[in-house]
Design a protein around this ligand. Structure first.
Ligand code: COA
Length: 426
């Protein structure tokens, strides 16, 4: 069975997290992803947060599956020739360099477009055009400047960043969609184009409901926020909403049995209006179904603390999994707080390939997150990340058609190896 993106060649200039997330997805869908790395150095994450000496870190391996690696010094004249051949041959160039790097390398969009008018050039930057366009940006900067941090946390606490990498991996996802869309457009026009995704924009897109609430504020307080029921006045910007649900249904994280020792013995409980009567039955408060203080969503708003305290009395008598089993029978939505340990051991996630075990020649077996997007006719097999420069000669010969003597000449010109190795060879 052919993969959905089989035949698409990606010239992958990405590094760290945001760009590699994007190209890994494309690789899982069948694209041939050729990762270009600096000789001797490679993607900086290969050496970051190392847990096994001399082996590529999990940071790197978990973001670069199914790719091939070529080392190439793109500032070397011979390296530039090889890069030109790669541009002629590939369909998409993906990069998340700092602002201006491609231009300084001698390959601005105009030049790439003139070499290969069909090429799609896809870029992630921290900010779009404007006052911050020249800034380098990492995950938490994007979370802070995209509206996530100001709306995450407790109303009386400092802004918080979230563990979900919405700035990096989130923007990588956005870019992948842009690339596939541009590929589809190219089938009709034959033309490449530039695709850009700024991390600030990606985070703001994911915080859409908070911009919704910002505008609602102009028309009165946000009644579904807990602080409304608690009588705390609103300021002129959307406040942090603790664990309130963004959809307007009151929700909280509540303790479950064992919470005293287990930091994850909690569940998310939503008092969704359509299932209110079932909630009253389950927690042993049938009288609340008709009591005018509790019977309607509006009546409940000023009493949310009392209501959730009562529900928590019930959830504390059950484990988070028992809570889930009981509530699901009544179609009451809830979410046990699953630890990374529990997710790593979850057999149903293993069965679907969302959690996979991968073997690596230097580090042995490790767990990774597989492709979370399932295509019935293009299933993903996760293969290990490449070693630095593992496919250099294979790509030069098989993809670019260089003969052995030409490969030797490129190597001799110092385009494939780090400077010290070159010096020793000379
Ligand atoms: N051969 C020769 N030189 C190479 C090379 C190669 N194969 N690959 C990269 N380089 C050089 C570049 O030419 C550039 O050199 P220059 O600054 O002299 O022009 C340098 O390596 C890379 O620069 P940069 O991308 O700015 O790396 P950095 O480590 O200084 O900054 C980031 C890292 C992530 C902050 C920056 O890349 C960035 O802001 N990216 C966009 C936003 C982003 O994706 N952030 C999230 C990352 S998870």
């Amino acid at each position: 069975m052919g993969k959905a993106l089989e035949g698409v060649k990606i010239l992958d200039f990405t590094h760290v997290q945001s760009g590699p997330t994007c190209t890994q997805l494309l690789a899982w869908f069948g694209a041939d992803v050729i990762k270009v790395e600096r000789p001797g150095i490679g993607d900086i994450t290969r050496g970051q947060l190392r847990d096994v000496p001399d082996a590529d870190s999990l940071y790197f391996t978990m973001l670069n599956h199914n790719k091939r690696s070529i080392t190439l010094d793109t500032k070397n004249p011979k390296g530039k020739e090889v890069l030109t051949r790669l541009i002629e041959t590939c369909d998409v160039l993906v990069e998340n360099f700092g602002p201006g790097v491609l231009d300084r390398m001698g390959f601005p969009w105009e030049k790439i477009h003139s070499i290969n008018p069909k090429m799609i050039v896809a870029s992630i930057k921290g900010f779009g055009p404007g006052p911050y366009e020249d800034c380098k940006v990492y995950e938490n900067v994007a979370q802070c400047t995209g509206g996530s941090a100001s709306t995450t946390g407790f109303p009386d606490g400092v802004p918080l960043v979230t563990g979900a990498q919405i700035g990096d991996s989130g923007t990588g996802l956005h870019l992948a969609l842009g690339i596939v869309t541009a590929l589809y457009h190219r089938t009709k026009t034959g033309q490449g184009q530039k695709v850009t995704a700024a991390m600030q924009d990606g985070v703001l897109n994911l915080c859409r409901v908070k911009l919704r609430d910002q505008q609602r504020l102009a028309h009165g307080p946000l009644t579904e926020y807990s602080q409304y029921g608690e009588g705390i006045p609103f300021g002129d910007a959307v406040p942090r909403a603790a664990n309130d649900s963004g959809g307007g249904q009151p929700g909280r994280i509540l303790k479950c049995k064992g919470w005293e020792k287990d930091p994850n013995a909690y569940t998310y409980f939503i008092t969704q209006a359509p299932v209110w009567e079932s909630i009253c039955d389950v927690i042993g408060e049938p009288g609340w179904k008709t009591d005018p203080n509790f019977a309607t969503p509006k009546a409940r708003l000023p009493r949310l603390n009392q209501i959730f305290e009562r529900i928590e009395q019930w959830t504390m008598t059950k484990t988070k999994f028992e809570v889930m089993d009981i509530l699901n029978e009544y179609d009451i939505p809830c979410g046990p707080i699953l630890s990374m340990k529990e997710l790593a051991e979850d057999q149903s996630l293993r069965a679907t390939g969302t959690v996979v075990e991968v073997d690596h020649p230097k580090r042995g077996k490790y767990l990774s997150v597989g492709n979370p997007i399932k295509l019935s006719a293009s299933p993903s097999e996760v293969t290990r990340s490449p070693l630095l420069g593992e496919h250099t000669e294979e790509i030069l010969r098989d993809v670019l058609g260089y003969k052995d003597n030409e490969v030797a000449a490129i190597r001799g010109a110092g385009a494939l190896d780090p400077a010290p190795k070159r010096a020793a060879a000379e």
